[in-house]
Design a protein around this ligand. Structure first.
Ligand SMILES: [Zn+2]
Length: 377
């Protein structure tokens, strides 16, 4: 064992210190005082001069060996008590009876655990799940950054007009996994440094979110009240529209169609809903808010599958669902037909052994159309 007077670590990980604790470790159990001794033998030191400075070099080696033996025994004693360390170890040299000389080592047997290194930095990004159907800067993402003491937030806005937005005044409404809300009123996000005019990013401000609550957050809504440009201040009194897509689908939609996307493309022949959420007249080829072209975002899944699903929901068994599908099959894009038929076939098989599969099959059919509308161009 090597002992520099501070901390010594044995081959098996057992730790010893002369001090009261180990840096980076906590004592979880005190298992009692332990001691052991080793005898150097009689006539080791002549007379009563038990002063170690008088010992010869050969004697020093003997003393070291003796000390090691005592320490080994001390460790074994401590380990029997369930310890993995000894704190406050002391070595005492003492003359024993009849001219012999001994070493006593002692300390407190303890159980220690290493502190787990947890990064102090925290980071969370939340998509904004409401929007305005107008040419205002559109909040799209709230980013929270900080540490265990304080969390700051910044706002990303999609800037359809390429305005020189200086600041926005908003209420931020956070929702956590228990559907509890935290509203931070009248937050001024300032955009002091923006090169990209399409997607602008604010400076950080205090979030009022407690660090412990950060991981629980699932969603943010941003209610815009005012924004400032060099030309003036603009009020926004519109009612925001809530995004209806689930978080997973919103994420997939944004990945495919851009960070401002909030709605799937829909059309009933009279009007069409753009990915930005704006409802356009059938005659207009381009969305008047975001400029997306209808032909670019139309999908194979623009077939009105909701109507088919509604009819399936009125049925009871998979065999009936399959009948409904077959009535629509020619209107459905050929690339999706096989998958839909396979869903029906496996539904029929499972229904023989596992009971009614109606809900499962309908869910799968819906997913085929929803995924198709998100994943294709
Ligand atoms: Zn649009």
């Amino acid at each position: 064992m090597k002992n520099d007077g501070g901390v010594a670590v044995m081959a098996d990980g057992f730790m010893i210190t002369t001090g009261p604790s180990f840096e980076g470790y906590s004592v979880t159990e005190y298992l009692g005082f332990v001691s052991s001794q080793a005898l150097l033998g009689s006539n080791f030191i002549s007379g009563l001069a038990a002063n170690m400075t008088d010992a010869s070099r050969k004697d020093t080696a003997k003393i070291d060996q003796c000390k090691e033996d005592a320490e080994d025994r001390l460790i074994k004693t401590a380990q029997k008590k369930g310890a993995n360390a000894i704190i406050g170890m002391q070595i005492t040299y003492a003359p024993f009876e009849s001219g012999s000389f001994g070493i006593i080592v002692s300390g407190t047997a303890v159980k220690i655990v290493k502190h787990v290194a947890i990064s102090d930095a925290v980071h969370k990004e939340l998509y904004v799940t409401n929007y305005y159907n107008r040419l205002v800067p559109r909040p799209v993402k709230v980013i929270l950054d900080g540490n265990s003491n304080e969390i700051n937030m910044k706002l990303l806005c999609y800037n359809y007009n390429h305005d020189d937005i200086l600041s926005v005044r908003v209420d931020v409404e956070y929702t956590n996994l228990y559907d509890e809300r935290l509203v931070v009123k009248n937050v001024d996000f300032v955009f002091s440094d923006n090169v990209n005019l399409s997607l602008i990013e604010s400076d950080y401000v205090q979030s009022k979110v407690a660090p412990n609550d950060l991981l629980l957050l699932k969603d943010a809504k941003v209610i815009l009240t005012k924004y400032a440009t060099p030309r003036g201040v603009y009020a926004c009194n519109d009612q925001p529209i809530n995004v209806s897509l689930s978080h997973r689908r919103l994420e997939a939609l944004k990945a495919k169609r851009g960070i401002d996307a909030v709605e799937k493309y829909r059309s009933d022949g009279m009007i069409w809903t753009c990915n930005c959420g704006h409802v356009n007249e059938a005659g207009s080829e381009e969305c008047i808010v975001c400029g997306r072209k209808q032909k670019d975002i139309m999908t194979k899944a623009s077939f009105n599958y909701e109507e088919m699903i509604d009819r399936m929901k009125e049925k009871e068994y998979v065999v009936e669902l399959k009948d409904v599908l077959m009535q629509y099959i020619k209107e459905i894009d050929a690339s999706m037909r096989l998958e839909l038929l396979e869903i029906m076939e496996s539904g029929l098989q499972y229904e023989k052994t596992r009971g009614n599969m109606k809900e499962t099959v309908i869910e799968k059919v819906e997913k085929v159309f929803e995924d198709a509308s998100l994943l294709e161009n």
